[in-house]
Design a protein around this ligand. Sequence first.
Ligand SMILES: [Zn+2]
Ligand SMILES: [Zn+2]
Length: 286
Amino acid sequence: MTKWTNFHTHSYFCDGHGTLEEFVQAAISKNFAVLGFSSHSPVPYKSKNVLKFENVIEYLRKVQILKEKHSNEIEIYTGMEIDFFANYSKISQFSDYLDYSIGSVHQLGILPDGDFLNFDYSKTDFSRYTEEIFNGDIKNMVSQYYLQIILMLCAEKKPDIIGHLDLIKKFNRNDQFFSEKETWYKDLVLDVLHLIAEKSCVIEVNTRPMIRGLLDSFYPSKWILEESFRLNIPVTLNCDAHIPTELGGFYPQAAEMLLEIGYKEILILYKNTWQFVELSQNGLKI
Ligand SMILES: [Zn+2]
Ligand SMILES: [Zn+2]
């Protein structure tokens, strides 16, 4: 029997659309064995895209209710996509209350006017970031991005899953900002991969850029996954769903790519344990 899983799911609690129940129903109808919710964690500044501090308990409680309600149909886990940026958000802040955490970097600095902004929000914001924080020096900006990932990996409590490892390429279709083939970029990524291998973290293959038609690749790029395979870094498969219909988007294509690279198994949280399961193009052999 093959089934799918997803640990990267947003909802109306942050910047997604749809109730938790609607995501659960969609997951059941799409033959999912596991659904993990991962609202964007609260941040210490005003943002309409993240879970609010005052809603954390309601979020945890609602996931728990669904977990019990649907226990005969699907496994449900409580997670958060924890926004890491040095000196502000720490993975450990919420992790005691979660089944798992995704660690992601969306933030690289404060704009000169004091505003906080996610560099991945829009291409305009990305360009604003490049100009106003990094004086047009894209190489410095990309380096800072991977430095934040390194800091996250070296933090006292590291995330279970590294979210969209090369998110910095989000608006880089046709190499508009930099080339992944350049040595400086490859070296940066390889340094991060060695650290991920050393720290025994899992990276996700995130199908969202294909679902949204933003890029012709997943996060991370295929060459990064080939290097990850060589370094024995385990992967999991996620779709970063923001609406229920996005669940499982481009999974067969991602599975095909992983099998081609050599990944025969992926790591998932199942029966409350992280375990490897066999991958096929039609799903996981659970
Ligand atoms: Zn994210
Ligand atoms: Zn996400």
